[in-house]
Design a protein around this ligand. Structure first.
Ligand SMILES: Cc1cc2nc3c(=O)[nH]c(=O)nc-3n(C[C@H](O)[C@H](O)[C@H](O)COP(=O)(O)O)c2cc1C
Length: 258
């Protein structure tokens, strides 16, 4: 696959993956390509865990599902992320950012704005939306043949120091490289970030994976081979819109149209 095609065709995989193990050579390729990423002073502050053990994947899936339910029920998720939700093509066209919640059960459609509003808690509970999203999240993660975990050494990842900022930039390069390689291999990947919003859940996963104290677990992805025939999750979104060059860039100085 051409590089530019991989960049443009790269998408977050929201649906289940094909029921197929990820080939060992593809897992090694993901790690090999990531090792070529830039890092400050070539410090390579990362370590990876490729989880294919179904028992561990199922345990992490349960934690991810429970985290989604907790975040939806206590309103934190909506409070923090409501501003990114779009409900019509027109809204997406207008803002060219955010996520368009375009796929949900017919019974919920008339209430979607209310359900996903900060005051939508009662309606959301009535339609059991937290459990729907939690179950979907658990099923999605549990059915993933591979979880890819990125940890950073605390020697570099010091949040109050520049090296901490640089380590995150380097990790970003790894994440985009993983995304491009998975795209080129006909695979998909998706962040599993709900446990990351609840420290005790995140630490539970870090403990389960035996990540030592001198490293910090920073990101978990579910990965697998994509299959367009697989149906979308119960509640799903699209987010391929992007702002145009004229909205993103200036020429020579700030404000000067490109
Ligand atoms: C730091 C970060 C956290 C993200 N967390 C999630 C997540 O929890 N679940 C998810 O499905 N996508 C997550 N994403 C993916 C974004 O939602 C996605 O990149 C964006 O909507 C654009 O869609 P695309 O990746 O398909 O181009 C995350 C992306 C980033 C960079």
């Amino acid at each position: 696959m051409e590089l530019f095609d991989a960049i443009v065709n790269r998408r977050t995989a929201n649906s289940k993956f094909a029921d197929k193990k990820v080939m060992q050579e593809h897992i090694e390729l993901l790690i090999k390509m990531s090792s070529h990423c830039p890092s400050h002073f070539n410090s390579q502050p990362w370590k990876f865990i490729a989880v294919t053990d179904e028992k561990i994947i199922h345990k992490i899936a349960k934690i991810a599902g429970d985290s989604m339910v907790q975040l939806m029920e206590d309103g934190r998720f909506l409070k923090q992320y409501r501003k990114y939700f779009r409900f019509t093509e027109e809204e997406m066209e207008k803002t060219k950012d955010g996520i368009h919640i375009d796929h949900l059960p017919a019974v919920l459609k008339p209430f979607v704005r209310t359900i996903f509003s900060e005051t939508g808690g009662k309606v959301m509970a009535k339609f059991k939306v937290p459990r729907i999203l939690g179950n979907d999240e658990e099923k999605l993660v549990a059915a993933s043949p591979l979880l890819f975990v990125i940890s950073l050494t605390k020697d570099e990842y010091k949040k109050e120091e520049l090296s901490g900022f640089y380590s995150v930039i380097s990790m970003g390069a790894v994440i985009q490289t993983l995304w491009l390689v998975t795209t080129a291999l006909g695979m998909g990947m998706q962040f599993i970030s709900t446990p990351g919003e609840i420290p005790e859940k995140w630490n539970e996963i870090s403990g389960m994976l035996k990540i030592p104290d001198d490293f910090e677990m920073c990101a978990i992805f579910r990965m697998g081979y994509t299959d367009p025939a697989i149906k979308r999750p119960t509640i799903d979104w699209k987010s391929s819109q992007r702002k145009g060059i004229d909205e993103l860039a200036y020429s020579n100085t700030w404000g000067k149209r490109f």
